[in-house]
Design a protein around this ligand. Structure first.
Ligand code: NCD
Length: 307
């Protein structure tokens, strides 16, 4: 059974195909409004979420399907000690496809091995978040018109930010991409991502703590929240939480066609004064995310022979 746990579970050709389907849905939503009739998506969210869960649910409704949902660990049998594998086997009896978020790295893989229906990883701890990356890729494509020849700045919590890890993995597969990794010393990209993705594929990157020093080089600036829930102590979080706050002042030397992204939720990382700047793309990412999730649900249900 095909599941999507990591963005590299999808080939570049499949990413292109998903973006094509998403664009077709945007152009002609009526064509898709009955395709998942009588099919059910189960959203199993054992960690807080607004966008991702609602986006999956809206996606399934717009395909004409239905949704059943667990929206917190405390409200499910996980609170009684049920294993992820048992939950996945149980839910396979009720639904046609699962979207799962869990605080533990690897939880979605455990679920996928036990389930008899496709599982989509909607975020596993500080590890991966492939469907946020699908939203990010469509945003880059629609804003820039191409995926290669880009200098991508990633800024903030690059250690615990799972969206960052998935985006590096995805964009490393396109031609002539460079990364500028901007973070405090303590929140740098994990060495396994640098070694296994950037160095192995000979992708140029620099690491810096100075956002203003590099902003003029960037085609994309991907801001992220400091991931409070993954810190071992509150003091470190408080010390690092406001390391980067993007303000209009800091954008003075930025390119005219810079694309400013953020997976959201934002805390303080982007001043609301930037929201009306035409370069702000973070709410476009939210919209794009729903279309890419529609495309992914369709693809996996077709491959499973469910539709
Ligand atoms: C991200 C996540 O959950 O990893 N949010 C999202 O899904 N859009 C980023 C975050 O929580 O900071």
């Amino acid at each position: 059974m095909r599941s999507v746990l990591d963005i590299v579970d999808l080939s570049v050709e499949e990413l292109d195909e998903l973006m094509k389907t998403a664009c077709d849905i945007i152009d002609d939503p009526e064509k898709y409004q009955e395709v998942c009739r009588h099919k059910k998506l189960a959203t199993l969210f054992f960690e807080p979420s607004t966008r991702t869960r609602l986006s999956f649910e809206a996606a399934m409704y717009e395909l004409g399907g239905n949704v059943i949902s667990v929206s917190s660990a405390g409200a499910s049998s996980a609170a009684k000690g049920e294993s992820v594998a048992d939950t996945a086997k149980t839910v396979s009896c009720y639904a046609d496809i699962i979207a799962m978020r869990h605080p533990k790295e690897g939880a979605a893989m455990v679920a996928a091995r036990a389930a008899s229906i496709p599982v989509i990883n909607a975020g596993d701890g500080g590890h991966n978040h492939p469907t946020q990356t699908l939203a990010d890729l469509l945003t880059i494509y629609r804003e820039k018109g191409h995926m290669g020849n880009l200098t991508i700045g990633l800024c903030g919590d690059l250690k615990f930010g799972r969206t960052v890890h998935s985006l590096i993995n995805a964009m490393s597969r396109y031609e002539n991409v460079k990364f500028v990794l901007i973070s405090p010393e303590e929140l740098k990209v994990p060495s396994y991502v640098k070694k296994d993705v950037l160095q192995r594929n000979r992708i140029p990157y620099i690491q810096t703590t100075d956002l203003e020093g590099v902003i003029s080089q960037l085609d994309i600036l991907y801001m992220t929240r400091v991931q409070r829930e993954r810190f071992f102590n509150e003091e470190d979080y408080l010390r690092l939480k406001d390391s980067y706050i993007l303000t209009p002042q800091k954008l003075l030397n930025a390119k005219e066609d810079l694309c400013i992204m953020h997976p959201l939720p934002r805390v303080n990382e982007i001043s609301i004064a930037i929201d009306d700047d035409p370069r702000a793309c973070y709410f476009k990412q939210v919209a794009n995310g729903k279309y890419m999730r529609m495309a992914l649900i369709l693809k996996l249900l077709k491959e499973a022979g469910t539709i």
